[in-house]
Design a protein around this ligand. Sequence first.
Ligand SMILES: [Ca+2]
Ligand SMILES: [Ca+2]
Length: 161
Amino acid sequence: MAYGFHLGMAAALLGLSMAVPASAQDKPYNHEARLKGFFDRVDADHDGTISAAEAEQYMAAYFDRLDTDQDGTLTLDEYLAPLHRAHDRAGERRRPGLEKALQRAEEDFKALDKTGTGAGTGHVDKATYLAASRAKFVETDKDHTGTLTLEQLRAARGHAF
Ligand SMILES: [Ca+2]
Ligand SMILES: [Ca+2]
């Protein structure tokens, strides 16, 4: 699985939701079930597609959860915190994958920190974060309908928006 900017979708697929207890994360990994679960959570009006507004709403809420000191920007530490927590409590089997994800996420954060307002400050603001997410959404929406299907989400391999 490729991890991309924001970790929003990748985190959901990895079961890194902050609400998921550690025990639930040790269940056998079912990618398709997680993908569908993620799709249904983002598809707020349940019409079977994810609109740009629905994706943005999800990512804005995810940003707020990551921004633990609520200063309106993400630092690298805040960005990586869910992955670090998962890594710390993961068994031997899961660790190599999470280490790779941490590396990718750090690269993604550095790329994000090079764009938008406050570039190079080590702080990524919400506008920058959401702008990168919108650009990725457009890239994923290969048939240009302005909405994403489950199939397009699957094809995006962990990074749809
Ligand atoms: Ca929808
Ligand atoms: Ca912050």
